[in-house]
Design a protein around this ligand. Structure first.
Ligand SMILES: CC(C)(COP(=O)(O)OP(=O)(O)OC[C@H]1O[C@@H](n2cnc3c(N)ncnc32)[C@H](O)[C@@H]1OP(=O)(O)O)[C@@H](O)C(=O)NCCC(=O)NCCS
Length: 144
């Protein structure tokens, strides 16, 4: 098992997990565009040559926004989501980030529990934030 940054060669596997996990997945084009920005940090967890989990965030000045966190379905509930989240937070710290933000669907209890257990607090709701009309909870973690 190894954690590393994304390369272009990983995009097909990441896009496949996006489709498996989300009703509004990042497309391969959106994932590829992330390489155009110095602000984007993409990391993944690889096991036996396969991508099983990944995360992505955008860093601007001393704030970061986590945009992607996902674990392929058959690999869940074994700490991989937490490992990806911790790795993103570590990368954010290295870049001098003070606050890390993210959005999560109000119905997504597993992700909310993961974030709460890792020091994120709920800030406010964004009404009808997602394309299907679901609300988002905005969460933040302050780094010391
Ligand atoms: C949310 C997600 C990333 C969690 O990944 P994971 O590898 O299963 O999470 P972990 O094993 O690291 O879990 C860490 C903690 O989160 C909580 N948690 C995770 N999944 C949970 C679930 N289904 N039900 C309740 N608590 C859960 C638990 O407290 C867990 O600790 P524990 O297993 O010791 O009880 C994964 O379910 C996923 O990819 N979901 C689909 C994509 C998604 O919703 N991403 C988040 C978008 S904001």
């Amino acid at each position: 098992m190894s954690m590393r940054t994304w390369t272009v060669g990983d995009l097909d596997q990441i896009a496949a997990i996006e489709e498996e996990c989300f009703s509004d997945p990042w497309t391969r084009r959106m994932l590829a565009d992330s390489f155009l920005s110095d602000r984007f940090v993409g990391i993944l967890l690889e096991e036996d040559g396969n991508v099983v989990a990944y995360g992505g965030m955008s860093v601007v000045m001393d704030e970061a926004e986590i945009q992607l966190v996902a674990v392929s379905e058959m690999y869940r509930r074994c700490g991989r989501g937490r490992a990806v989240l911790e790795a993103l937070i570590e990368k954010a710290r290295e870049r001098g980030v003070k606050k890390v933000f993210l959005e999560v669907r109000v119905s997504n209890a597993p992700a909310q529990i993961l974030y709460l257990k890792n020091g994120f607090c709920g800030l406010y709701c964004r009404t009808r934030y997602y394309p299907d009309g679901e609300d988002a909870v905005v969460m933040v973690k302050e780094l010391d």
